[in-house]
Write a new protein. Structure first.
Length: 117
């Protein structure tokens, strides 16, 4: 598991944007936006899922989607609608959607080797 921070921008359905400093955690599945961010860009819950925290505690969170822009790429991604004190996370689903992989040794993002096999 590797972690680092990356700056990005998220955009909601009305075009409203917000700058976000994401904790890139290669162990996180979905990306997460803190409540002040997802409310600012106008996201609404689309479904509710149960997630398991690192200590095994289950938590329920709403999920939506947004448009994300990173220095290495951009596109639509599902996001967990976090609580006010949650930290913004950049998860592996978003990286795969954008065709990116995380190098934990250099703590950098790189284009994914795309296969059609």
């Amino acid at each position: 598991m590797g972690i680092t921070y990356i700056e990005g921008t998220v955009r909601g359905p009305t075009g409203t944007e917000a700058a976000v400093r994401f904790l890139l955690d290669s162990g996180a599945t979905y990306s997460l936006l803190p409540k002040p961010v997802w409310e600012r860009i106008g996201l609404a819950p689309r479904r509710r899922l149960t997630f398991t925290l690192a200590d095994g505690t289950p938590v329920e969170r709403d999920v939506s989607e947004c448009y994300i822009v990173l220095p290495q790429g951009e596109g639509h991604t599902p996001v967990i609608l976090g609580e006010p004190d949650d930290e913004a996370l950049l998860g592996i689903v978003t990286l795969k959607v954008l065709g990116l992989v995380f190098n934990p040794f250099s703590r950098t993002l790189h284009p994914m080797r795309m296969l059609l096999a």
